[in-house]
Design a binder for this molecule. Structure first.
Ligand code: SF4
Length: 481
């Protein structure tokens, strides 16, 4: 693969990996969670072997793929709008083929081909290795579909082609699927049962990234805490494993340790954690290794025990507090972010106040906050009426967002006057004279460029802040540079 420098829509320079001799052009865009962006890199790799290089120009594409999200209705509406755009382009590029990937493809299946005439190809998250076959059907003029969910597939044998890459940070997927069955969530239906990737193939990818100049990896999964490798197969079948398999199994804390030791200068992050599955050995491993970043994304969704029960979240607010207090006791400067839903069915004002008081207890660094969006096929959709009025959902969501902004500022102000190690990722959005990077806590830090470059670890003295960004002055290279 050769690397070329290109620019994305935001004018940021990015590295595109291209295969010499490939003549076909693939335009691929992704929506939703980081898993989808990581999957698109798997798809680009599979198609690179079929003669496709990626292009940033939609009009030039032979094949257009959109990796879809189904987490909220709005996400699906966004995809339908993109398909209209492709329709217009197809008028000037009639041989262009269009395919849909990801969770919406898995949720809608054949209906996608019926409802969206421009779509030639529908492929679910576990069927990307079948793309070459499906494309040959499409090129013979037939629609093609594969939405079979797998019990084994982890794409551990595929070396991703980095897309939209800054050449410094990368995602490494470690598990697929989710067994938790939260009542509002489509993921278990669109991504199947939990299975973990072989730690050896994960370490190979981490070492390969380091050899290519990457300085930070994020270990990725819908629920990284339930990572468990015992030779392959579903997490839920672990009980049937042999005593030897059980004795030699690798859990998430062990995997973190393996990655941290494999590349001691590589920053290690992970996402997404789950309060019901997170264990103390993960926190203790974070304490043990300086290159594991002090940041945890720990969704909670609600602060009310009654609503947590209705959501089938297998923990109480008290157990969540205990986990938070343990994290803060062992890693006092650990940053924590949240996912929160306002207006879940039957949510009362009192439940909402429980959510606000939970946020007061934690004072999160930042969060992803949304009003409840009923998803077809989920238990909440089948059994619970979406009874909280839209304006009440919105009012409660605004209160959650405002409180988060107040706490975000409280947390960034804790960094004033401190010296933070920052990994430079790109130019600041607001000023070309400034670099933008992140500290160990995953907070964005902006400072004057001087002679530093993308990929440098720099010590920055924090002089000012907003509720989401730290502003500072460079003091010199950090020992990790
Ligand atoms: S843990 Fe719950 S919310 Fe997260 S992906 Fe699994 S089912 Fe969905």
């Amino acid at each position: 693969m050769e690397k070329i420098i290109d620019e994305n829509k935001q004018g940021e320079s990015l590295i595109l990996e291209q295969k010499e001799g490939n003549t076909r052009k693939l335009f691929i865009e992704s929506y939703g969670c980081q898993m989808n962006f990581s999957d698109s890199e798997i798809v680009a790799s599979i198609l690179a072997k079929e003669g496709y290089n990626t292009t940033q120009q939609l009009e030039d594409a032979d094949l257009v793929l959109v990796n879809t999200c189904s987490i909220r209705d709005k996400a699906e509406q966004t995809v339908r709008k993109r398909l209209e755009k492709y329709n217009a382009i197809k008028k000037i590029n009639p041989t262009m083929k269009v395919g849909v990937l990801g969770c919406m493809a898995e949720r809608l299946k054949n209906k996608f081909l019926e409802e969206e005439k421009i779509v030639d190809l529908v492929v679910g998250p576990d069927a990307y290795k079948d793309l070459p076959n499906l494309l040959s059907e499409v090129n013979e003029g037939r629609d093609a579909i594969n939405v079979i969910l797998s019990k084994e597939e982890t794409y551990g044998d595929i070396s991703p082609v980095r897309l939209d890459s800054n050449g410094v940070t990368a995602f490494v997927s470690i598990t697929r699927g989710c067994d938790n069955m939260c009542t509002f969530c489509v993921v278990p239906f669109t991504r199947g049962r939990e299975r973990s990737r072989d730690p050896q193939s994960i370490l190979e990818e981490v070492n390969d990234l380091w050899s290519k100049g990457y300085k930070e990896v994020t270990l990725l999964g819908q629920n990284v805490d339930s990572y468990l490798w015992y030779g392959g197969g579903l997490k839920k079948d672990f009980d049937k494993a042999s005593e030897l398999q059980k004795a030699t199994a690798t859990n998430f804390a062990k995997l973190l340790e393996l990655c941290a030791e494999a590349q001691p200068k590589m920053r290690i992050r992970f996402s997404t954690s789950n309060p019901q599955d997170m264990t103390m050995d993960v926190i203790e491993t974070m304490v043990k290794y300086n290159n594991i970043c002090n940041y945890i994304h720990l969704p909670v969704q609600s602060g009310s025990n009654r609503i947590l029960k209705a959501m089938n979240r297998q923990h109480t607010r008290e157990e969540y507090f205990e986990l938070i207090d343990n994290i803060k006791r062992l890693i006092p400067d650990c940053a924590i972010s949240q996912d929160m839903i306002s207006g879940f069915p039957t949510e009362t004002e009192e439940d909402h106040q429980d959510t606000l008081s939970l946020m007061e207890h934690v004072k999160y660094d930042f969060g992803f906050m949304f009003a409840y969006s009923e998803r077809p096929g989920t238990l909440a959709e089948r059994k619970m009426e979406d009874d909280v009025p839209e304006d009440t959902k919105k009012r409660r969501l605004n209160e959650i967002i405002q409180l988060q902004q107040k706490h975000g500022l409280y947390r960034t102000q804790q960094h004033l006057g401190k010296v933070e190690e920052v990994l430079i990722e790109k130019s600041s959005k607001k000023s070309d004279a400034h670099w933008s990077g992140r500290n160990s806590q995953n907070t964005v830090v902006v400072f004057p460029k001087e002679n530093y470059k993308v990929g440098d670890f720099v010590n920055v003295k924090i002089t000012d802040c907003t509720s989401a960004t730290l502003i500072g002055e460079a003091l010199g290279y950090s020992i990790n540079n």
